[in-house]
Design a protein around this ligand. Structure first.
Ligand SMILES: [Zn+2]
Length: 366
């Protein structure tokens, strides 16, 4: 049994991303298209529907997990072979190949046997063997399915509102692979039409102020349930503190644009700038940061956190609820009364530093 405090982290941020092609969908002819979604925006006095460029939560989650695999591996934490490669199969394929890293169950059959005995014990075996499965969750479709719901939630990155306008733009960029000498050889040998040395392609690129939204159930990182006398007890892994630190560092790396989100970075490396951010740390209830889509999201988050904490305190007792709001103000205004519950920092590196420190504190880790 362990006494892990029920800490949560909710993060909203704005990033200015210029000339990006991070998240593409199917091509039409020789045009590669950007992912789009239809959103409802509050503009002025009314709501409007807009179809806008977006980056999927899957793309963002993949980036966080890739950063986590890298950081955790370097910290000497367990990371399975497939996560090290950035291929997050997570034992979802029932071949021995994907179970040999699972200590105590090196084959599918051995794992199935464990799962039949106890799904909690089977979950622990996977979580203990890899930090990515611990934080990012997994699903093994064995007879008795064994799964871990992701500790991390990543929302779609969507354009934010600024000055009453949705801030995004699209262009289709024309590109050509110029290879006249090589094309002559192809033509001479009368190769099939699809074998072209020269090629023309178009990429739909976008620029936007993207709003980002991430939630982390801090208390679940490095913890697992075990059945004792018919009851479920929460336990912590020995390396839990390091796991929490690795997860927080991975979030910070993605927020800063230090790791690839999506694809096309070889020639469309986005000009990525973290503009502003707010993180809410809370215990024992999750308190969500306001979406960074709206211009006043920093102040709105502070006011909402205060109001929600007040409601929880009225039910659970004054000392039973704690929260802290960390703000990277950037060029924005913070429309909220100052208080001991709010910490404002001026620079992105300071925000990262405090994000990790407060994250460790609310996770009950050192
Ligand atoms: Zn793994």
């Amino acid at each position: 049994m362990t006494a892990v405090p029920r800490g949560f982290l909710s993060l909203s941020a704005r990033v200015v991303v210029n000339a990006e092609a991070m998240n593409m969908v199917e091509a039409i002819g020789n045009v590669v298209r950007h992912r789009k979604a239809t959103l409802v925006y509050r503009l002025g006095e009314k709501y409007e529907i807009r179809t806008v460029p977006v980056i999927s939560g899957e793309a963002l989650r993949h980036a966080i997990q890739a950063a986590l695999a890298e950081i955790a591996g370097r910290m000497g934490l367990p990371v399975c072979e497939w996560c090290r490669r950035g291929e997050f199969v997570k034992h979802g394929v029932r071949l021995d190949e994907f179970f040999k890293d699972v200590k105590g169950a090196g084959s599918v059959d051995a794992f199935k046997k464990k799962a039949d005995e106890s799904i909690y014990e089977a979950e622990r075996l996977v979580v203990e063997s890899c930090v990515v499965e611990d934080v990012g969750g997994f699903l093994v479709p064995t007879g008795t399915p064994v799964k871990r719901t992701s500790v991390l939630e990543a929302g779609y990155m969507v354009p934010a509102v600024e000055g009453g306008r949705v801030m995004y733009g699209f262009d289709v960029q024309f590109h050509v692979r110029h290879a006249p000498g090589a094309q002559r050889i192809v033509d001479k040998q009368k190769q099939r039409r699809e074998e072209q040395a020269q090629s023309v392609y178009n990429v739909e690129s976008s620029s936007a102020i993207y709003a980002m939204s991430l939630n982390v159930e801090l208390w679940r990182i490095g913890t697992y349930y075990a059945e004792r006398d018919g009851r479920l007890e929460l336990h912590a892994l020995d390396d839990r503190d390091k796991r929490v630190r690795a997860a927080l560092l991975a979030l910070a790396a993605v927020l800063n644009g230090d790791v690839r989100v999506g694809g096309h970075w070889s020639s469309y490396r986005p000009l990525w700038q973290l503009e502003s951010a707010v993180a809410v740390f809370s215990s024992p209830m999750p308190i969500s940061a306001a979406p960074a889509v709206d211009e006043g999201y920093l102040g709105e988050t502070v006011e909402l956190a205060r109001a929600k904490a007040g409601i929880y305190r009225s039910a659970l007792g004054e000392g039973a609820v704690s929260y802290r709001v960390l703000v990277l103000k950037g060029p924005r205004k913070l429309d909220a009364e100052p208080g001991k519950d709010v910490e404002v920092v001026d620079s992105a590196p300071d925000f990262m530093k405090r994000l990790v420190e407060l994250g460790l504190e609310y996770a009950g880790a050192k």
